[in-house]
Design a protein around this ligand. Structure first.
Ligand code: ADP
Length: 682
């Protein structure tokens, strides 16, 4: 067929802007023009004789095969996608015609096409955008209204022609005119959210008269919106309340936008967001905040709001430097405690705190905590260690000095929100326990007096029994010695009698010594019980008993208890007596020293597998070297009012338990260590 196309025809076809393709009955390419070559990127010589669907991978249209389709299809037009030589997709608007000979047999197919790729892409993009906006419009939590504003616009323009210049003044003088404008506004379209918010399920119900939704008291919002529209502003927004078709009121955030092309068509777009839920949440929050404030202010316990952010940052920096033991760091850093006390700030206090400190008002107490925390610095250090080690709260008894100079015992409780990585704004609570402490101290004093009285009476009894029991052999010794002297003083001394008397004297002295031995055994108490005793538990019990005395003498006690302690077999009460005796001695030794830190450490450890050891270390004056050998002897004392039987009793108890008791001096910074070891329970 190609030979049927003359050169002249080819030249004419090449002048055409449309692509022209000539196909035979089998849809094989016979010729295509220059526009087709440009569109598909192939030269006719490369494609001649090939089926067009194979060359261009046509999608979207029927494959015109004139031989089979001749009867059915004379032509076709529509858009198809094809792939050009460089692999790009092209969209072509085709028009195909099947040509027939005089007998009606199919001759060939002529296809003309226009490249609409760019147009198609633009259309698709537009469709996608529209779809997106439509979805947004429908799904948004905003209720959208399209309003017909044309009558309003006309009425307002009419005002101008009547000489009204200031719309705001006019509207506030004529609110009925604004109502007229509201009535003249028509709802043209609304989205789904609007139906949910204002309607009863049927969108059509919402269309039409706007005044059904616009209560009288919201007329100002309408008026301002109109003023904004006519003063060329792009939009207007305000809080407004509306009425729904269900009859309820909703608090909303109202926005109207005046796009010039919409305004020109007499339309405006309004968006309304429901604020009722957030308003209710806000007012609930406000109410709970108010409740909390009231509670904070009026609760009859001292409450203090503390900002520890600066210290928290400091601690974070220390951790980053690898500091794990804060106590050690504090010891090595002079001024650390003062720095910490100055970095913590009191931001709020309640009336009870003002009263506790004897201040005039709350403001006097605000600022760095250093001004208020002048006593019990050890406890402050402990609380810092607690938060540093990740503790969530701390509780301890401290002393505060009030503005009137009084020292008050208080229970200090605080939380550390920073432990939960929350802002370091903590709450501290102070409870005045001075009454309780006074009562405890009185009790402890009475206990001490009783103990003293008991010791005196024990001694009295001992003395009486010593006198009673020892008197007799002593009298015998005396009379025998006197008789012996008389036998010796004779002109003829009778040595036989002297021997007999001396033998008696030895017998009586031995008896007296036996009696003393018996009395000492008595002082050690009754035959001890033999039950398993957990020393760590026992020490903790003793601490409860000792705590008033420790507090009274300002002694800081630390327990270093080996958790792997085996039990011992013994008499719990007697062993407690030993511990109390040694601890009270240590407390008094430290008190006698006057100045210096008062620290008592009670430690347990396993000396060997079979021995359990308890040690008490103090920071007192220690023991004079020449006293060390006498401490455990009865009646050895260096105290003006001492009896010197405490340690003797301790020794007899420990001896009776098959253990050993020792005393020694500590190297720097001085002080004494009393220890006893007992056989571990098998
Ligand atoms: P008392 O307490 O009545 O003096 P003790 O037998 O309990 O009787 O103590 C004997 C002496 O041992 C005390 O007077 C004191 O000199 C000395 N002593 C006991 N404990 C300590 C101690 N922790 N530090 C220094 N000396 C101590």
């Amino acid at each position: 067929m190609s030979e049927q196309i003359s050169e002249w025809s080819t030249a004419v076809l090449d002048l055409m802007q449309e692509s022209v393709v000539l196909l035979d009955c089998k849809a094989r390419i016979v010729h295509w023009n220059a526009a087709a070559q440009a569109l598909y990127g192939r030269c006719i010589d490369d494609v001649r004789g090939l089926r067009i669907d194979a060359v261009l991978q046509t999608r979207g249209g029927p494959l015109l095969d004139a031989s089979d389709a001749a009867g059915k299809l004379d032509g076709w037009q529509g858009d198809v996608q094809r792939i050009a030589a460089n692999g790009t997709d092209v969209t072509v608007r085709l028009r195909c015609t099947v040509r027939h000979d005089r007998d009606g047999a199919a001759l060939d197919i002529v296809e003309t096409g226009v490249d609409i790729t760019a147009q198609k892409q633009a259309e698709d993009a537009l469709r996608r955008t529209e779809h997106r906006y439509f979805n947004l419009y429908q799904a948004a939590a905003v209720s959208f209204w399209e309003l017909d504003f044309s009558v309003v616009a006309a009425k307002v323009r009419n005002l101008a022609s009547l000489g009204v210049k200031d719309l705001r003044t006019y509207f506030s003088a004529h609110p009925e005119f604004v109502h007229e404008l509201i009535k003249a506004t028509r709802v043209l379209d609304v989205n789904d959210q609007c139906v949910r918010m204002f309607g009863r399920g049927d969108k059509n119900e919402l269309l039409g008269d706007l005044s059904r939704f616009w209560p009288l008291h919201s007329y100002r919002v309408f008026a301002e919106s109109v003023i904004a529209a006519f003063s060329g502003m792009p939009g207007y927004a305000a809080e407004a309340s509306f009425v729904t078709l269900r009859g309820d009121h909703v608090d909303t955030w109202f926005t109207s936008s005046f796009s010039p092309d919409m305004l020109a068509r007499g339309k405006i777009l309004v968006g309304i967001i429901d604020l009722s839920a957030s308003k209710a949440a806000m007012s609930a929050l406000f109410a709970s905040e108010q409740r909390y404030r009231k509670l904070f202010q009026f609760v009859p316990v001292s409450l203090i709001q503390i900002d520890r952010a600066e210290l928290a940052n400091h601690f974070a920096a220390l951790r980053a430097q690898g500091v794990t033991d804060l106590a050690k760091h504090i010891e090595a850093t002079p001024g650390f405690v003062d720095m910490a006390l100055n970095s913590i700030r009191i931001v709020e206090v309640n009336w009870k705190t003002v009263e506790l400190f004897g201040a005039h008002d709350a403001a006097e107490l605000l600022g760095p905590v250093a001004r208020l925390w002048t006593e019990s610095r050890d406890t402050f250090q402990h609380s810092m260690q607690t938060v540093y080690n990740g503790g969530a709260s701390f509780q301890g008894e401290i002393r505060i000095r009030t503005f009137t100079g009084q020292v008050v015992d208080v229970l200090y409780v605080t939380d550390f929100p920073e432990a939960a990585r929350e802002p370091a704004l903590g709450l501290a609570c102070l409870v005045d326990i001075s009454e309780r402490v006074r009562a405890q101290q009185a009790l402890a004093k009475t206990q001490a007096e009783f103990a003293h009285a008991a010791r005196v009476s024990v001694l009295g009894e001992l003395t009486a029994s010593i006198v009673h029991e020892v008197n007799q052999p002593l009298c015998a010794v005396l009379s025998n010695a006197e008789a012996a002297l008389r036998w010796i003083d004779r002109p003829e001394p009778n040595l036989g009698e002297v021997r007999t008397l001396s033998t008696r004297i030895i017998r009586d002295v031995s008896r007296a010594a036996e009696i003393v031995q018996r009395i000492r055994a008595l002082a050690g108490g009754k035959e001890p019980e033999r039950l398993p005793v957990e020393l760590n538990r026992m020490i903790e019990e003793v601490m409860v008993f000792l705590s008033p005395e420790l507090a009274r003498q300002d002694v800081q006690a630390t327990l270093e208890l080996d958790p792997q302690q085996p039990c011992v077999l013994g008499d719990r009460v007697q062993l407690q007596q030993v511990l109390v005796n040694m601890a009270v001695n240590a407390i008094h030794a430290m008190a006698s020293r006057g100045s210096g830190a008062r620290r008592l450490v009670i430690r347990t450890r396993n000396d060997r597998l079979s021995l359990v050891r308890v040690e008490l270390e103090d920071t007192g004056p220690g023991i004079a070297a020449d006293h060390l050998d006498h401490l455990f002897k009865s009646f050895f004392t260096t105290k003006a009012d001492g009896m010197g039987i405490g340690l003797a009793i301790c020794r007899s108890i420990i001896d009776a338990h098959g253990g050993r008791i020792t005393a020694e001096n500590l190297a720097a910074p001085g002080g004494a260590r009393f220890s006893f070891s007992l056989p571990a329970c098998a």
